[in-house]
Design a protein around this ligand. Structure first.
Ligand SMILES: CC(C)(COP(=O)(O)OP(=O)(O)OC[C@H]1O[C@@H](n2cnc3c(N)ncnc32)[C@H](O)[C@@H]1OP(=O)(O)O)[C@@H](O)C(=O)NCCC(=O)NCCSC(=O)/C=C/CCCCCCCCCCCCC(=O)O
Length: 719
C-alpha cells in the first residue's frame, strides 16, 4: 500500500506502507501507481516526495511473490512513469533502499539519504539481477566500474559512500522526509531533462573490452558456478554498449533465464532459511518467542589459544567488556599481542576506533566473578574442561551462563559436572572465530530455554548465523562431515586421487575439496579423534580384514599419512605438497600417488576408473543421509537449520541451497535409489544405508522441503 498526503501546501508525499521492510508487493506497486498519478494530476502539487514508513525506504521487490504468478502493476513501467513525470520526484531514503527499492529511487529525479541509510542492489545474492532498470541506470549514473562492483557483489554502501559515488544528491543527519520536502520545494519548476538517468549516456570508459574481460574473469573465478554474477556483468555491458531501450531488452532476457533457475530458488531459500533459524525451538517445546534472553554486558573467555583469541575479538567487536583469562604468563602476553593486532586490523578495515580497552587480561580465573557469561575455550579434553567448569561454578556470580566452545565433546556430560546444568550450553565457533559466520548453539536436555535464548541472541549480536542444535557426537556439522570424509577415503582406496575428488567437489561449488580442506585444518585433528575411538591400529596388517574395524569398513589412509608426519599445510606435506610448512598453494605430490599404489597393492585392491558423478554421489549423498538421521533424531529442528550450517560454515555452495535443499532439488527418490545402489555394492558401510526418514519421505510422495516437518512430526508424535 502507499499513502498519499499533501504537505507544505504543494508537495505530494507518498509513503510506502508494507511492514516490516516496505517490500514492493503487488499492493504497494498498485499504491505507487495510483498515488503518483494523483500527485501528477493535482495542479496544486509542484513536486513529489516518496518515502517509506517506520524509518525504512524499501527492501526491494517482495521476494515471497517470486514463487508464484506475479500480479499487479509491473515495476518497470511504474518506475518509467516516475522518471517521465513533469514534476520533480524526490526519494527520501531512510534505513535501506535495496534492490527494487533503489531502482525505484533511481527512477526519481533526486535522492536524499539519511546518514545512517544503506543502499545497494543485492539481487545477485538472490540469484537475480537488478532487472527493474537498475542494471541500466546505475552505470549511467556512477560509471561502469563502480556499477559493476556494486551489482556483481550486491554489497550495501553507506550514505556517505553513496554520496561520494553520486548515487544520492544530499545526506542529512536530521529528519529525512523534512529535508526531502524542503529540497523538493527548492527544485520545483526546474528542468527535469538532465535528471532522467535513462536518457544519459554511460560515462566514457577507456578500453571497455579489456575492463569487461578482466571483470568477467574475476567474477567467473569467485562465482564457483553461480550464474547470476555473470549475467550481471552481461547486463552492465549492455548498458555500456547499447542504447537504453536495447539495454533494457537485454536486461529482460537475462532476467528471464535467472528468474526461473534452480540457483535463484536455492539462494532465495537460503535468504529465508537464515531468518527461520532465528525462530529456534527445542524438543521440550521451548521456543524463541517464549524464552527471554538474559542481558549480557560483560563476558569472559577462558583459554587464549587460536579459538579463544578469535572469540575474544568477536565479543569485543560486539561492544562487550571481556575478561580474557590464560593461566600461563607467556601465553597470556602472546595472546594479548595477537588479540590487539586483530582488533586494530579489524577496526582499520571498518574505519572505527579499535576496541582495545574493552579487553582486560588476567592469569587468574577469579577475575571472572562478576561476568554475565563465560565462554570456555581450553584444550579439547573433557577432564580439563570439567575442572574449568567446576572452578567457574565456584567463582562466578549466581546465574552466570557457562558456555563451552567444543567441537566434539559431550555438552551434557560437562553440564552434569556442574551444580547448575541449566546454565550450561555449547557454543561451537569455527576458526577463525572472529571471521567465520557460523555458530552452533548446542543445548543438552538440561539446558534452560533462557540459556539457549541468551547464547542465540549473543551469536546474532556478533553477526553470526546462529543455529540451535541438540547435543550429539559432532553436533550437526561435524556429524555429517564424518561419512563425507570416510567416503572420500574409500574412493582413494578404490582408485581415485585427492586431485580427482577435490576437483569434482570444487566444480560442484565447494570452496575447497575434502582433501585440501583436510590439509588446511590438519590431518592430526581427525587422527586424535580416531585414536580416542580406538580405531587406530599400529602395524602393517594387510587385506580386507585390516580395513574392517569395529564391524564396519575403515580406511587407515589418514592414519598412515599422520604416521609419516604429514599433517597437512602446517608440516608442508599432507594429501598434497606445499613449498614450505604453512604455505597455502597445494601441489600434486608424486610421493602420495606411489604411496596410494603401494597401499592398494598391499591390500589386494585393484584401482578402477572413478568419475566425478560417483565422487559427488558417494560423498554428498552419504552426508545428506546423515542429515536425515539428524532430523529424525530431533537434533536439528528442520532442514533449514542443517542448510544454514553447511552454507555458513562448511563451504557448501550457497547457490545450491545447502545439502537438504539440494537433496530436494535432485529428488528424494533419486537420492534413495543411489544410496541403495551404493549400499548394495558396499554392504559393510553403514552410512550408505538409507535413513528411515528418507524412506518415509519418499513413501509420502516426496513432499516439498517446507512440508518435511509434517512427516518428521508424525513419527515423533507416535513415540
Ligand atoms: C536489510 C533488510 C531490508 C532488513 O534487515 P533486518 O532489519 O535485519 O530484517 P530481516 O530480519 O532481514 O527482515 C525482516 C523480515 O522481512 C522479510 N523481508 C526482508 N526483505 C524482504 C523482501 N525484499 N521481500 C520479502 N520479505 C522481505 C524477511 O524475510 C523477514 O521476515 P521473516 O523473518 O523471514 O518472516 C533485509 O531484510 C534485507 O536485506 N532484505 C532483502 C533485500 C533484498 O535483497 N532486496 C532485493 C529483493 S529482489 C529485487 O528487489 C528485485 C528487483 C527486480 C525485480 C524485477 C521484476 C521481477 C519480475 C520479473 C520477472 C522476469 C521474468 C521475465 C519473463 C519474460 O519477460 O519473458
Amino acid at each position: 500500500m502507499a499513502e498519499y498526503n499533501r504537505v507544505s501546501e504543494c508537495v505530494g508525499l507518498i509513503t510506502l506502507r508494507n511492514p516490516p521492510v516496505n517490500a514492493l508487493s503487488a499492493a504497494v506497486r498498485q499504491g505507487i501507481v495510483d498515488t503518483v498519478e494523483r500527485a501528477l494530476s493535482d495542479p496544486n502539487v509542484k513536486s513529489v516526495v516518496i518515502c517509506g514508513q517506520n524509518g525504512i525506504f524499501c527492501g526491494g521487490a517482495d521476494i515471497k511473490e517470486f514463487g508464484s504468478k506475479m500480479t499487479g502493476p509491473p515495476l518497470i513501467p511504474m518506475i518509467h512513469a516516475i522518471e517521465s513525470a513533469n514534476k520533480p520526484v524526490v526519494a527520501a531514503i531512510e534505513g535501506s533502499a535495496l534492490g527494487g527499492g533503489l531502482e525505484l529511487a533511481l527512477g526519481c529525479h533526486y535522492r536524499i539519504a539519511h546518514s545512517k541509510a544503506r543502499l545497494g542492489l543485492p539481487e545477485v545474492s538472490l540469484g537475480l539481477l537488478p532487472a527493474a532498470g537498475g542494471s541500466q541506470r546505475l552505470p549511467r549514473l556512477i560509471g561502469v566500474p563502480a556499477a559493476l562492483n556494486l551489482i556483481t557483489t550486491g554489497r550495501h554502501v553507506t550514505a556517505a559512500e553513496a554520496l561520494q559515488l553520486g548515487i544520492v544528491d544530499q545526506v542529512t543527519d536530521h529528519n529525512t522526509v523534512d529535508a526531502a520536502v524542503k529540497f523538493a520545494l527548492s527544485v520545483a519548476g526546474r528542468s527535469l531533462d538532465p535528471r532522467r538517468i535513462s536518457t544519459h549516456p554511460c560515462p566514457q570508459q577507456p578500453d571497455l573490452d579489456a575492463l569487461f574481460e578482466e571483470v568477467m574473469q574475476k567474477v567467473r573465478q569467485s562465482a564457483r558456478g553461480a550464474i547470476a554474477p555473470i549475467a550481471c556483468v552481461q547486463a552492465v555491458r549492455a548498458a555500456a554498449t547499447l542504447p537504453y531501450a536495447q539495454g533494457m531488452e537485454r536486461e529482460r532476457e537475462l532476467m528471464a533465464t535467472l528468474f526461473t533457475s534452480g540457483q535463484a530458488r536455492a539462494l532465495q531459500y537460503c535468504f529465508f532459511a537464515e531468518r527461520a533459524v532465528g525462530r529456534w525451538r527445542m524438543p521440550s517445546g521451548a521456543r524463541w518467542d517464549t524464552s527471554k534472553p538474559r542481558p549480557v554486558h560483560k563476558a569472559a573467555v577462558i583459554g587464549l589459544g587460536t579459538m579463544g583469541r578469535g572469540i575474544t575479538v568477536a565479543l569485543a567487536q560486539t561492544g562487550l567488556s571481556v575478561i580474557a583469562v590464560e593461566t600461563q604468563e607467556k601465553q597470556l602476553m602472546e595472546a594479548k599481542q595477537a588479540i590487539s593486532g586483530m582488533l586494530e586490523r579489524g577496526a582499520k578495515r571498518r574505519g572505527v576506533a579499535p576496541a582495545l580497552d574493552r579487553v582486560i587480561y588476567s592469569q587468574n580465573i577469579q577475575a571472572v566473578a562478576d561476568v554475565d557469561l563465560v565462554i570456555e575455550a581450553v584444550f579439547e579434553d573433557i577432564a580439563l574442561k570439567t575442572k574449568v567448569f567446576q572452578q567457574l561454578s565456584a567463582v562466578c556470580k549466581p546465574g552466570t551462563l557457562l558456555c563451552t566452545n567444543t567441537s566434539a565433546l559431550d555438552v551434557d556430560q560437562l553440564a552434569s559436572e556442574t551444580p547448575n546444568p541449566e546454565l550450561v550450553v555449547g557454543m561451537h565457533f569455527f576458526a577463525p572465530a572472529h571471521v567465520m559466520k557460523l555458530l552452533e548453539v548446542v543445548y543438552g536436555p538440561r539446558s534452560s530455554p533462557q540459556a539457549v535464548a541468551t547464547a542465540m541472541q549473543l551469536g546474532k549480536k556478533m553477526g553470526k548465523a546462529s543455529v540451535a542444535v541438540g547435543n550429539c557426537r559432532g553436533f550437526v556439522g561435524n556429524r555429517m562431515l564424518k561419512p563425507y570424509i570416510e567416503e572420500a577415503f574409500f574412493l582413494l582406496e578404490e582408485g581415485a586421487t585427492p586431485e580427482l575428488v577435490d576437483q569434482a567437489l570444487e566444480e560442484f561449488g565447494f570452496s575447497m575439496g575434502v582433501f585440501r580442506m583436510s590439509d588446511l585444518s590438519g590431518l592430526d585433528v581427525g587422527w586424535r579423534v580416531r585414536k580416542g575411538d580406538g580405531l587406530v591400529e599400529p602395524g602393517t596388517a594387510s587385506g580386507r580384514s585390516a580395513r574392517i574395524r569395529q564391524g564396519r569398513r575403515y580406511s587407515p589412509l589418514g592414519d598412515l599419512l599422520c604416521e609419516e608426519g604429514r599433517f597437512g599445510q602446517k608440516t608442508g606435506r599432507g594429501w598434497y605438497q606445499y613449498d614450505k610448512p604453512g604455505s597455502r598453494v597445494a601441489r600434486s605430490d608424486p610421493w602420495l600417488h606411489s604411496f596410494l599404489g603401494a597401499y592398494r597393492a598391499q591390500h589386494g585392491l585393484v584401482a578402477r576408473r572413478i568419475d566425478h558423478q560417483e565422487v559427488l554421489e558417494r560423498c554428498l549423498y552419504a552426508l545428506i543421509n546423515e542429515g536425515f538421521h539428524i532430523l529424525d533424531d530431533g537434533i536439528a529442528a528442520g532442514p533449514e537449520d542443517i542448510d544454514v550450517i553447511y552454507v555458513s560454515g562448511y563451504g557448501w555452495p550457497r547457490h545450491r541451497g545447502g545439502p537438504m535443499f539440494y537433496a530436494n532439488m535432485v529428488g528424494l527418490a533419486k537420492v534413495l535409489e543411489r544410496l541403495e545402489h551404493y549400499q548394495q555394492l558396499h554392504p559393510e558401510v553403514p552410512h550408505l544405508q538409507p535413513s528411515s526418514l528418507l524412506r518415509r519421505l519418499v513413501a509420502s510422495g516426496s513432499p516439498p522441503i517446507h512440508k518435511w516437518g509434517e512427516v518428521i512430526k508424525k513419527l515423533h508424535s507416535q513415540l
